[in-house]
Design a protein around this ligand. Structure first.
Ligand SMILES: Cc1cc2nc3c(=O)[nH]c(=O)nc-3n(C[C@H](O)[C@H](O)[C@H](O)COP(=O)(O)OP(=O)(O)OC[C@H]3O[C@@H](n4cnc5c(N)ncnc54)[C@H](O)[C@@H]3O)c2cc1C
Length: 384
């Protein structure tokens, strides 16, 4: 590669992934241009619910989540945002209603604790103290981590990364990228208005759009779209479910947000083409009332649809695209792109800086080439 130099990077996509990479590149003194077709954080970053947790099934995700959690603890120091994101360590619980699930949860806690995660198992009696309102006669136990939580305004995180990246001199261009063309040495980024940018390195940070964007380069990306649905209530005056509670056997989750609204999901929607219908709000309310004491007036009245960029092993894809020097991707984050944005941004920026090689900065389990061989590493089964 003769045509590449440090300040010669284009990032496609100004979601939380793209803006974190842009900020991390700025910290390393590498200028980039971010090209975004809609607006900063306008993709799945605007749908996500602000959740940050460190309880995962694989060692790798636990480690990455701990690094990101530590970054967010000092987010004001790192990003100096004009409106600081407020993180609430309200806790997160995974609850079992069958012996089989209880055993899986207990095994995960052992692994998590070995990695330094502060989760612990809890009996129904302990859960009663940790999760007021849960009908503990219906559960067998679970796991709880008090330091997991959520941002009060989910959009505040991408805004903070964007503000810091632009302050440090990165460039944001509003345009649709139609096509990426490589000549083996440099990349041409063709824009919707007929103009073009050229770059030594192009990073696709477009989530579910990655297979379409890379198709023209002859690359098949193993990401597929999975519809996901969040149910919201209007604000409820009483404090009822401060921690996120995941009822694993029922595929249900619920928590109360900083503004009093209840947020819930039935994780079966989206699977096998199943979508919410007219009575879904009433149904999820009834299912949850069976498990948690919700205030009598609480009603779910709106449903927000988004999609996960899923991969075959539920781990994400970060690194250079095999046999396409200078073409990078950071996608497949599914339900954790906001919470892992600090570590994804760091890995991509460091890999670029280290002589444009993915090796070293990015764990092997995340490299795109894993799907062309036998595959490496543990899959992640605790995506919700
Ligand atoms: C229902 C739901 C709940 C979630 N909850 C959480 C949560 O609690 N915590 C958490 O961490 N994560 C959560 N997530 C996951 C999180 O939303 C994503 O992982 C994250 O937002 C991905 O960010 P991204 O920047 O990779 O992609 P996106 O936010 O989708 O950004 C991609 C950007 O690329 C732009 N783009 C695409 N194609 C082009 C093109 N051709 N030219 C120019 N621009 C282009 C888009 O406009 C978009 O702005 C949730 C997701 C869903 C769907």
């Amino acid at each position: 590669m003769t045509g590449r130099k440090r300040d010669d990077v284009v990032i496609v996509g100004a979601g939380v992934t793209g803006m974190s990479i842009a900020w991390h590149l700025a910290r390393l003194g590498i200028h980039c241009t971010v090209v975004e077709r809609t607006g900063v954080g306008a993709g799945m970053t605007s749908v996500q619910a602000g959740g940050v947790r460190t309880q995962w099934s694989s060692r790798l995700t636990c480690r990455l989540a701990l690094e990101s959690r530590a970054f967010y603890e000092n987010v004001e120091k790192h990003l100096a945002p004009s409106v600081p994101p407020a993180f609430r360590a309200a806790g997160c619980a995974f609850v079992a209603r069958t012996e089989e699930t209880l055993e899986v949860i207990a095994k995960r806690v052992v692994l998590q604790r070995e990695e330094g995660v502060t989760s612990r198992t809890a009996s129904p009696a302990e859960l009663a103290g940790l999760l007021p309102g849960v009908r503990t006669d219906r559960v067998l136990g679970g796991a709880f981590n008090p330091v997991d939580g959520y941002f009060d305004r989910p959009a505040s995180v991408v805004e903070a990364f964007a503000e810091a990246a632009l302050r440090e001199g990165q460039t944001l261009v509003h345009a649709e990228v139609d096509r990426l063309e490589g000549d083996g040495d440099r990349w041409t980024v063709r824009l919707g208005d007929g103009s073009a940018l050229t770059a030594g390195d192009v990073i696709a940070a477009v989530g579910c759009g990655t297979p379409d964007l890379l198709a023209a380069t002859g690359v098949e990306v193993p990401i597929r779209r999975l519809p996901r649905f969040l149910f919201y209530s209007p604000p409820v005056a009483e404090t009822c479910v401060p921690a996120l509670i995941v009822f694993e056997d029922d595929a249900l989750l619920v928590k109360q947000l900083a503004d009093g609204r209840l947020l819930a999901a039935d994780l079966r929607y989206g699977l096998g083409g199943r979508r919410p219908s007219g009575d879904s709000c009433a149904r999820i309310e009834a299912d949850l009332r069976d498990l948690v004491a919700l205030p009598s007036g609480a009603r779910f009245t709106s449903i927000v649809e988004g999609e996960y960029d899923t991969t075959p092993d539920q781990q994400f894809l970060v690194g250079q695209v095999p046999e396409r020097p200078g073409l990078w991707m950071a996608a497949g984050l599914q339900g954790r792109g906001m919470m892992l944005a600090p570590v994804v941004g760091r890995m991509v920026a460091e890999a670029l800086e280290a002589g444009w090689s993915s090796t070293g900065a990015v764990p092997e389990e995340l490299l795109p080439e894993r799907f062309s061989g036998a595959g490496t590493g543990e899959s992640e089964t605790q995506v919700i």
